[in-house]
Ligand binder design. Structure first.
Ligand code: FE2
Ligand code: FE2
Length: 319
C-alpha cells in the first residue's frame, strides 16, 4: 500500500501516503494561533510536518492521534531551515497496525534482534571473571523482552527498532579488537562495561514495541541512565555478593561514560577500560550517524546537514 518513502521526497513535490507517527502535539505559534506539529516516519527515515491554523473540531480530532499509529496524509514538501518539511493538508487516522505493515514503517537494526541478543549473551558467557559474568547475564536475561525492540535513543543515534542491541553488539566487536591492540586492558572488565553501560536506557525512556520512544520516564528525566545504572549495579552487587571493588569499577564506568559533566557524567574516566568505553561509545554513535546520513546520497555529492553531527553536510566519495 505504501508508494512514496521519506527518502524519495523532494522540496516542491507533494505526497499522499501513509506514515508512522513518531511524535505529535498541538502547539501555539507566536501569532497566538494553534498548529499541529508531527514527526512522521517510515523505514527510510523521518520528516517533520506542520498543519497550520487548527482549531475547534479539527483540533479535537488531531489531538486523538498518538505516536505508534499510522496516518494517511496529503502534503506539500516545503523547506525550512535547510531541511525538507511537510505542509500538511488532509490527515486521516488509522489506529490498528499489523506486524506485516509495520516492516514498511519502522527503521530497524540490520540484524534480527534474537540473533543480536544471542551474540551479547554469548559474549557475557565468555567473560572469565565470575562476578562480572553474573552481573551481565542477570541484566541481559532480566531485560531480554524489552532489549529485543528498544532503541538506543529518542532522536539521536540508533533511534531505531532494536537499536540498543545493535549499538552494544558493535561496541563488543570493537572492544575485542581494542583488547588485542592494547593488551594491557582488562578484557573482562571492558566487555562487562560495554554490556551494562546503557542498560538503564530501558527505564530512562518509554518505548512501544515498534521501538518508538514516546517520552522520558520520571527517573529518566531526573536521574538519567548513568545514575540509574549505578543504582542497578549497586542492588545487583548486593544480591549476588559482588566484591566491592568490582562493583565500584562497573559503577564508575557507568557514570563516566559520557565524559563531560554537561552530558551527565559527574566524573571523568579514572582507569583505562573506562576511558576506552567512552571513546568506543562515541565512535559507534558518530559512525552510525555518518553511515545513516550517507545512505541514499549520490556519490560525488553532499548530504543534507546532519543535526547530530553539529550541522555538517557529509560528502559521499565516488571511490
Ligand atoms: Fe549512555
Ligand atoms: Fe552507549
Amino acid at each position: 500500500m505504501k508508494q512514496t518513502y521519506v527518502k524519495d521526497l523532494f522540496v516542491g513535490g507533494d505526497v499522499t501516503d501513509w506514515f508512522l507517527v513518531k511524535r505529535c502535539e498541538i502547539k501555539t505559534g507566536a501569532n497566538g494561533k494553534q498548529y499541529f506539529d508531527i514527526l512522521l516516519a517510515d523505514k527510510t527515515g523521518d520528516i517533520s510536518g506542520k498543519k497550520w491554523d487548527v482549531e475547534g473540531a479539527e483540533a479535537t480530532l488531531l489531538s486523538k492521534i498518538k505516536p505508534g499509529e499510522l496516518v494517511k496524509v496529503k502534503a506539500q514538501v516545503t523547506e525550512w531551515n535547510g531541511q525538507a518539511q511537510l505542509r500538511l493538508g488532509r490527515i486521516r487516522q488509522q489506529k490498528s497496525v499489523d506486524a506485516l505493515q509495520m516492516a514498511e514503517f519502522i527503521k530497524a537494526a540490520p540484524e534480527p534482534p534474537e540473533a543480536m541478543f544471542a551474540y551479547l549473551r554469548g559474549k557475557a558467557e565468555g567473560i572469565g571473571d565470575p562476578g562480572y559474568r553474573e552481573v551481565c547475564l542477570k541484566l541481559l536475561d532480566r531485560n531480554k523482552e524489552r532489549l529485543l525492540y528498544y532503541p538506543a535513543a529518542k532522536a539521536n543515534h540508533h533511534a531505531i527498532f532494536a537499536g540498543l542491541l545493535w549499538h552494544v553488539k558493535r561496541m563488543l566487536m570493537m572492544a575485542e579488537r581494542c583488547c588485542e591492540v592494547y593488551a594491557f586492558l582488562n578484557k573482562d572488565l571492558l566487555m562487562a562495561g560495554v554490556i551494562v553501560h546503557d542498560i538503564e536506557k530501558l527505564n530512562e525512556m518509554e518505548a512501544d514495541e515498534t521501538g518508538v520512544v514516546s517520552e522520558y520516564t520520571l527517573e529518566g528525566q531526573m536521574l538519567g541512565h548513568l545514575v540509574m545504572g549505578v543504582r542497578t549495579i549497586d542492588r545487583l552487587a548486593a544480591e549476588i555478593g559482588l566484591p566491592r571493588e568490582k562493583a565500584v569499577l562497573l559503577e564508575h564506568m557507568m557514570i563516566s561514560h559520557h565524559y563531560e559533566p554537561d552530558f551527565g557524567s559527574p566524573k571523568r574516566p579514572l582507569f583505562p577500560e573506562a576511558e576506552a568505553l567512552h571513546y568506543m561509545d562515541m565512535l559507534d554513535s558518530k559512525l552510525y550517524d555518518f553511515e545513516d546520513s550517507l545512505l541514499g546520497v549520490t556519490p560525488g555529492t553532499f548530504s543534507d546537514w546532519v543535526r547530530t553531527l553539529d550541522g555538517r553536510k557529509l560528502y559521499k566519495a565516488t571511490t
